[in-house]
Ligand binder design. Structure first.
Ligand SMILES: Cc1ncc(COP(=O)(O)O)c(C=O)c1O
Length: 385
């Protein structure tokens, strides 16, 4: 397709419809979805409450500028603070933009304290986005290649290594930013006590703890935010992807001292938090909180992880099965980019990240039977791979 810039490689499947956890292509083939549009459609497709909210809001008012009060924005912010324990929220349109705001907060937090060149520490194998600041924060050379000079002021250290953070810190350090569960980097989970130790280290040094929950948030790991499994509260948490079940939105939530940093005029967005996106997000967040959906999804995800581990015990093609709730990775011994197509031929949609990690991010509404179908298909494909 010559009129489109080729940034995504060859795409040979056209999806035209979705319902629940199923997607259909333009040839009438039905697929079981274990990807959710990369952790976006946690409630699956055509969720009645979200579709209704979007249709009703579209008939009333799609957009008005942030020069006016937006009721749905206020309702969403209140709901998110209740669900997360955070103090206030800024809405953007994407994950990278939410992280940009987080980085700006960290810099201003430093500059307000007399640090003119603030420094931040992020983790190896991280992914924080594709804008200049977020790709500079991202520790992946492939993402940075071709885009030098980078935004300065970032050091990258091994994930799960508190001592490495201490070693990388200097008198200009203002914040540490990590994904509680790394998604793009290969589904890497925190060691016991990593996040708690990180919280304590940041407290001891007056650094902000920024958690990027763009992929791990919105119920995916069994709680609204993954950090809630570990009994900590960050200073800043960012999210996007699953927040409005497919309508573009991002959010940056702050707590305590971080909630006081931005003042009128420091940041803004034309579209961020518009009525349509916020109504879709309110409907999504309410549906996630109803009927124990997040906890049920988290438990089903853990049982999928257990069943994968049992199925692959002693299998020499598999290095590791890891994840948290419905964020599942199976690392193979070799790169497996063609695995995506093999799964599609079995009417299953998933993806591969970090070269050799089969990643599954199913809709949180997945049933036990559908989970079994995913497991059976993936186990068969890996066994014959
Ligand atoms: C952890 C994390 N941070 C940031 C981003 C960037 O989000 P977006 O693509 O909405 O800009 C992603 C997207 O994959 C992500 O997984």
């Amino acid at each position: 397709m010559a009129a489109l810039m080729n940034l995504y490689g060859t795409r040979n499947t056209t999806l035209v419809k979705g319902e629940g956890v199923y997607l259909w292509d333009d040839q009438g083939n039905r697929y079981l979805d274990a990807l959710s549009g990369i952790a976006v459609c946690g409630l699956g497709y055509n969720h009645p409450a979200v579709t209704r909210a979007i249709c009703e809001q579209a008939q009333r008012l799609i957009h008005c500028s942030n020069l006016f009060r937006i009721e749905a924005q206020e309702e969403l912010a209140t709901r998110l603070c209740e669900l997360s324990g955070m103090s206030n929220v800024f809405f953007s349109n994407s994950g990278a933009e939410a992280n940009e705001a987080a980085i700006k907060i960290a810099r201003k937090y430093g500059q307000d304290r007399g640090i003119s060149s603030p420094h931040m520490i992020t983790a190896e194998k991280s992914f924080h986005g594709r804008t200049m600041a977020t790709l500079s924060a991202t520790a992946n050379d492939k993402i940075k290649a071709g885009f030098y000079p980078l935004v300065e002021g970032f050091s990258h250290v091994a994930y799960n290594d508190i001592e490495a953070i201490k070693a990388a810190a200097n008198e200009n350090t203002v914040a540490v930013m990590v994904e509680p569960v790394q998604g793009e980097g290969g589904v890497n989970v925190p060691n016991d006590n990593y996040l708690q130790s990180l919280r304590a280290l940041c407290d001891a040094n007056d650094w902000l703890l920024i958690l990027d929950e763009i992929q791990s948030g919105n119920g995916r790991t069994g709680k609204f935010f993954a950090y809630q499994h570990y009994g900590i509260t960050p200073d800043v948490v960012t999210t996007a992807k699953g927040l409005a079940n497919g309508v573009p939105i991002g959010a940056y939530l702050a707590h305590g001292k971080a909630a006081e940093v931005f003042q009128p005029g420091n940041h803004g967005s034309t579209f961020g938090g518009n009525p349509l996106a916020c109504q879709a997000a309110v409907a999504t967040v309410n549906a996630l909180a109803e009927n124990n959906l997040m906890a049920k999804a988290g438990a089903l995800g853990e049982s999928m992880l257990t069943r994968f581990r049992e199925a692959f015990a002693g299998n020499n093609k598999v290095v590791d099965v890891r994840g948290k709730g419905m964020l599942i990775g199976i690392q193979l011994h070799r790169d497996c980019p063609d695995f995506v197509e093999l799964a599609k031929q079995k009417n299953l949609i998933l993806n591969v990240t970090a070269g050799s990690v089969i990643r599954m991010l199913p809709p949180l509404i997945l049933s036990e039977d559908e989970a079994t179908q995913i497991i059976d298909t993936v186990v068969e494909l890996v066994t014959n791979y």
